[in-house]
Design a protein around this ligand. Structure first.
Ligand SMILES: [Zn+2]
Length: 425
């Protein structure tokens, strides 16, 4: 360690997995001026001002959470603090899914993205009001509450942070308005030439008039023709009606062709996730492209924002339940427990996620010269219990937990209160 050492920091002896550079093995990572300087074996410790021993740990490109909700305060109880789910959970980039709208995007930029240590992007809400209270009040999401022109304009004016459009295709909305709302979301995607991220699985309760001839199991096959390559099917493993598995327990046949046509799949884990249905979809050969933790104030236990009433009239209409500790890394452990390999999972939070928002040249790899966003995870072997909100349990033999991350070369320890503890089987 010398003061005139060429490198600022050396992560020494970790297991580096960087799909973009085709590296998968024990390597050292050297950082200088907030950028990756070198990734190779046996870099001399004396060549760095600071050395961190990461033997036994996984060293990944800074992880990207493709499904976050971080429009804190403005989205009510729904939005979490960006750095809590971001750098303090080992995640260097978060993508808010549909919190800001054409009316509220400047506030998102100023109060959230500019203030966070975490890199923050957003998928613009299709709706004028954005994701208030996690879309608690369905009547705010009718066709009359969408303005395509205004949303296209606001998106184009904020393309530095807006990387896609958020929409929904689920039975509560279809029972009220049919496919109209989704078609308007798709039109915003076309006019902005950005990917549309489509939430599948029931979100809203049915109106008093019932399903009005709609059937949750027909939604996927009617929506897919409206979508373009690069658009994203989200919540494939949802326990709510209208996901990838129909009520007969069969995986929808239209999905394979959709993926062959270039549509993408994001897990959007959160409280939707069912191990039972994930098993069926994975057995049918569906491997998600990206992961997405989908944590928000309804499924993650955090104290409510000051002054926020704890209950609303429509609470019983909201299908989200369960307030647990969770993280993107726990979602990775979930995928491992289902039998996916670490080599399949790492791209979901790095290369594939960067490609989804078209920033592969800037983040998602450890190539020399790129900004030094790095996630370091512990990698325990044993028998650990993981649970979902259907009360399914699986025993994982491998548990990943965030240790720390570097955001542009600056270290943040993974000390968020929402991080789950290991639960031995
Ligand atoms: Zn969500």
């Amino acid at each position: 360690m010398t003061s005139n050492a060429p490198y600022d920091l050396l992560l020494r002896g970790g297991h580096v997995i960087c799909p973009a550079s085709k590296i998968n093995g024990v390597m050292d990572v050297a950082i200088k001026d907030g950028r990756i300087a070198a990734v190779q074996s046996d870099i001399l410790p004396a060549s760095a001002k600071e050395v961190i021993d990461v033997r036994g740990k996984l060293v990944l490109p800074g992880m990207i959470d493709t499904h976050a909700h971080v429009y804190r305060y403005v989205s009510g109880r729904f939005g979490l603090e960006a750095d809590m789910v971001g750098v303090h959970s080992g995640v260097t980039t978060v993508i808010d899914q549909g919190g800001p709208s054409c009316m509220t995007i400047p506030g998102f930029q100023h109060f959230v993205a500019d203030k966070a240590k975490t890199r923050v992007y957003a998928f613009m809400s299709s709706y004028l009001v954005g994701g208030l209270e996690g879309h608690l009040y369905p009547n705010l999401y009718s066709p009359e509450c969408i303005n395509i022109d205004a949303t296209v304009r606001a998106t184009n004016a904020n393309r530095n942070i807006v990387r896609g459009i958020k929409g929904h295709a689920e039975i509560g909305g279809f029972a009220r308005w049919g496919i109209k709302v989704l078609q308007m979301s798709a039109e915003i995607g076309r006019q902005t030439d950005l990917p549309l991220y489509v939430h599948f699985g029931q979100l809203w309760g049915l109106p008093k008039s019932g399903a009005n001839g709609e059937d949750a199991d027909t939604i996927l096959e009617r929506v897919i023709p409206e979508l373009r390559p690069g658009d994203i099917l989200a919540h494939p493993f949802t326990r709510h009606p209208g996901g990838f598995v129909n009520r007969e327990g069969q995986v929808h046949e239209v999905i394979r062709a959709a993926l062959d046509r270039g549509l993408k799949v994001d897990v959007g884990h959160g409280s939707h996730f069912s191990y039972r249905l994930a098993r069926k979809a994975l057995d049918a050969g569906i491997v998600p492209d990206t992961l997405g933790a989908d944590m928000h104030g309804y499924n993650t236990y955090v104290p409510p924002p000051p002054g926020m009433p704890l209950e609303h009239d429509d609470d019983e209409a909201h299908p989200f339940i369960g307030q647990a500790k969770f993280s993107l890394t726990q979602a990775m452990s979930s995928m491992l427990a289902l039998g996916l390999s670490i080599e399949q999972i790492v791209p979901m939070v790095t290369t594939n996620a960067a490609a989804m928002i078209r920033v592969s040249d800037e983040i998602g790899s450890l190539k020399p010269g790129i900004v030094a966003d790095v996630s370091v995870l512990s990698d325990q072997r044993g028998r650990f219990i993981l649970r979902d909100n259907e009360k399914n349990q699986v025993v994982a033999e491998r548990l990943l937990q965030p240790a720390f991350c570097l955001r542009e070369g600056v270290r943040y320890d993974a000390n968020a209160a929402i991080l789950p503890q290991a639960e031995a089987a």
